[in-house]
Every structure is written in structure tokens, then in C-alpha cells.
Design a protein around this ligand. Sequence first.
Ligand code: ACO
Length: 330
Amino acid sequence: MKQAAITAVGGNVPNYVLTNQELEKMVDTTDEWIISRTGIKERRILREPGKATSDMAAAAVLQLCEKRGINPSEIDLLICATVTGDLVFPATANIICDKIGAKKAWSYDIGAACSGFIYSLVTGAQFIKTGSYQKVVVVGADKMSAILDYQDRSTCVIFGDGAGAVLLEPTEEEVGIKDFILRSDGAGMQHLHMKAGGSLMPPSHETIDKRLHYVYQEGQAVFKHAVYNMAEVSADIMRRNNLKAEDIAYLVSHQANKRIIEATATRMGLGPEKVLMNIERYGNTTGGTLPLLMWDYEKLFKKGDNLVLSAFGGGFTWGSVWLKWAYNSK
Ligand code: ACO
């Protein structure tokens, strides 16, 4: 059976930089608190009216196509991981395909919050491994600023907007996605969700007055589950594949909190030189974090490098992926 390998990466973040100093003027917080508790210094915000998640995603995919030298009309399937779709329906993936001219592709969204990218990556890889498709694009994109309450200091400082995308193609070589562990637990819903806007509580004057169309998070409960579960699956994927710390080139972890990333790395026995981070510049972009991390650090990766991707998010959802990087970047 063929392997599914990442053969190109693209990314896009909005130009507007929202700094901790600016947030100090909006809510009762400090630069020192945000940096020491999360590691975040600034985040990007998509402020232009009429622009949405699909605009960042489309730019990321077009960049990826250009880097790989392909036309969007060659894409067979596009999967978009997002919790901030342009509309409740249709799927944002459909809108992205229309914007980029991916005329042949079929497309759909996956909603798994901060684990959405690894869920989508593993799903997309199956279509390559079975030989059904040659070119599958996986996008992680979120405009979190659309669902954040900028009066709630416990959530508005954490998140930012951004999109990243990868291309999956078949390979006969010993590279690509080697193994994955994916998990979910709906009982985690109580700690992290958006109360209104769905079929349980459709929008009304009351839901707006009560500020229910925003991210609701019990930070400490989510923190505890994230630390334990992300570390557990990351250590498990190493154990069951006989990977030692020295075999791993880099940990590509979801960027929610520097302390969660460090705890995962410690459990895996990895030193800080193997832990990739860009949380200080983008904050938590939900579906966007992992592909944006690969986009930022692509030049570091060598063909054959072992990467462990791991994520934890709303649901709860979490998981890890072991892949061998497939190319040396130019
Ligand atoms: N500035 C200053 N003080 C603040 C701020 C702020 N921005 N936010 C909260 N505080 C206060 C709280 O009110 C609290 O004050 P109190 O002790 O007087 O009540 C105090 O700081 C401590 O609050 P905690 O919530 O315990 O702070 P904690 O150290 O846990 O950090 C954080 C909060 C950063 C949210 C952390 O819990 C975290 O990272 N949680 C996990 C987030 C995550 O991984 N989410 C999953 C992905 S998101 C997704 O899937 C969409």
C-alpha cells in the first residue's frame, strides 16, 4: 500500500497584530500575566469587513499550490478543519474550493476544534493510501476573533486568527504518515464550548444579551486534561513504534499554552531544541496551529526526519501522529 506524504505547506495570517499591551487597555490583564501563563506576546486578527476564515484558508492553499507547482484544478479533495466556518452551512471547504478554482475537488469540513487538523490529516491520508486520490489538501483555519468575547480576559488573550494548509500525495518511499492515535470524549463538552448559535440554543435577542455566542472555557479543567492526554498519546505513539527521544527530530504540538507543550515534551524525553513553538507570535489559532508551525519551520525539516504531531482541544478531542518528513525544502 502507498504511503501518504506531506509534499508542500502553505500559510496565511492577517496583517493586524494585536499585542498584549493593546489587550491591557481592553481588559483587566497584564503583559506579564499573559506571557508567564501562556507564552503569548501577540496574535493576528482578521479585521477587514467581509473577510472570513475561507479567505485566509484560500490564500494558504494558493501559496501551497504555487510552491508545489500545481494548479488548484488538480486537487482531488480538500478537507477544512475549522470551528469558525464562514457560515453555518455550506461547508467552508466548499467556499475555499470555489475561491481558488478547485473545480474537480469535492470538499468538506471537520469540526474537532484544536485537534481538527490532525483528524483531517489522518482522514485525508486514507484516501491516498487506498489509491483513491493523488492530491488531497488539508487546511486548518480559524477566525477565532469572530467568537471571542473581548470583555472576557480569560479567553480573549489566548486566541488568534490564521490558516495553514498541507498537500498530501502518494509515495512509494519510506516517508509520510506512519502511525496515529486519535481520541475523543464528549463529556469534556461541559468545560469548553460555545453555548448559543447551534440547534440547542438558536440565536435570539436573549442569547445575544447574555453574551452566549462566544467561547466558554473553564481554563484549569481544560489545562489538566490537555496536559495529561496530549502527553499520554505522544508518549504512546513513541512506545508502540519503538521510537526513542533521539529518534525524534521535532515535536510539532498544538499551540494552546507554552506550559502544556513543555509538559508534553518532558513526558517524551525531548529537550527544548526539539520543541517547535510560534505561540508567542500567533496565540492559539485552533485549527491553524499545526500547519502554521510546519509552515514557519519548514526550512528546518530534512527528508526522513521523524516528527510527532500532537493536539488537544474542544470535544474533548486529542491525538498524535508520527510522520517522516518527505522532502528537503529549497
Ligand atoms: N489576566 C489576568 N488575570 C487573569 C487572566 C488574564 N488574562 N485570565 C484569568 N485571570 C485570573 C483568573 O481570574 C484567576 O484569578 P483568581 O485566582 O482571582 O480567581 C487567575 O488569573 C488564575 O486563573 P486560572 O484560570 O486558574 O489561570 P491558569 O493558570 O489556569 O491559566 C489558561 C488560564 C491560560 C486559560 C490555562 O488554564 C490554559 O491554558 N488552559 C488550557 C487551554 C487549552 O488548552 N484549550 C484547549 C484548546 S482551545 C480549543 O479547542 C478551541
